[in-house]
Design a protein around this ligand. Sequence first.
Ligand code: KG4
Ligand code: ZN
Length: 348
Amino acid sequence: MIVLGIETSCDETSAAVVDGEGRVLSNVVSSQMRAHAPYGGVVPEVAARAHLENLPAVLDAALERAGKRLEDAELVAATAGPGLIGALLVGLSAGRGLAFARGLPLVGVNHLEGHLFSAFLRPGGEPARPLALPFHGLVVSGGHAELVRVEEGGRIVPLARTRDDAPGEAFDKIARRAGLGYPGGPVVDRIAQRGRGDRFPFAIGRSGDGSLDFSFSGLKTAMLRELERRGIDGSPLDPERLDPELVDLLASFQRAIVAALLDRVERVHAAEGMQTLAISGGVAANTELRATLSAWGGEHGVAVLLPDRSFTTDNAAMIAWAGLLAARRGAPTDPAAAAARSRWPLGT
Ligand code: KG4
Ligand code: ZN
C-alpha cells in the first residue's frame, strides 16, 4: 500500500509518501516561516497563497524522493481540518483532484489525529511502531493542547483541552514580546537550557470546578507583566546576549508550561492508569518537556513515546499515516464527500 499525504492546515506546505507498514518513504516540508515572520504570527491569506505556489513542487519532490510515481499511489490522505480554511482548501482540493484523476480513494484527515498517531512513526525508513491500543495521547502545538484516551477499537475520548491559549501559542506570544522572533518555542527552548527554571515560580492554572482542562492565558499574562516591569517592549534582542535574569525568567516560564502538562498527565494516570503515553505536536520538540515526561514515565512504569523531532511540527507523513489508519477503521474514502472544516474537535 502506498499512501500520498498532503498537509496545508497552517504554515507548512508538506507532502509525504508512506507505505502500509508506516515506513516514511519521503516527507517534504516547505516552511513559510519567513513569509510570516515580519508579522509575528501566521497571516491566513499569506498562508493560503503560499500553499498554492509551493504545493506542486512539494508534491513532485515527495514522490521523487520516495522513488515513486503518481501512478503508484493507492490512497490519498489530505488534512481536512482543523486549521485555516483557505489553507486547508488548497491541500484538500489538490488531493481531491489527484484522487478523481486517478480514481483513488481519499481520506480527509483530522490534523490533530495526525499529530496523535505521529509518535508511532520512526525515522530512517523504519516501519511504524506497533499501535499499542489502548494508549493515552498528549497533543501540544501552536493551536492545541489535548489529552485523550484512544480505546481498543480506535475510539478517541477527549479528557482535557485548553480553555484559552495553546502552549505553543504562549511560547510564540512571549517570544514576540521579548523581541525574540517567531516561532517562539525553539528559541525559548534553547535559551532555557542555560537558565534556572526554578528562579521565578509561576502558579499552575487549575480550574475551580475540578476539570482537567488546561489554561495558559493566566501564565502568559503574568509573564507579560514580568517583561513589562523590566522595560522589555518587543524590540529585537539577541538570544545569545540576554540579561541573565531574563534567561532565568524564560526558563521559569517554560518550566511552568511543562509543570502544567505534567500535572494533568499525573492526574489522568492516578484516575485511570496509563500504560502508554504518546506525546506529539510542535511543542513535543521541547527539550525540557521530553526529558521531564520521559523521566516521569520511567518512574511510573508508563511507556512514554516521543516522536522524532522531524514528526513533531506539521508534516504530511503523520497525515498519510493517520489517514491510512482511519481508512482501515472504515473512515469514508469518497473524494467527493471530503470537506474542509476550520473546527474539528478530536473524537468527533
Ligand atoms: O504542530 P505545529 O507545527 O503547528 C500547529 O499545529 O500548531 O506546532 C507549532 C508550535 C509553535 O507554536 C512553536 O513555537 C512550537 O510548536 N514549538 C515549540 C518547539 N518547537 C516548536 N515549542 C516549544 N519548544 C520547542 N522546541
Ligand atoms: Zn499541527
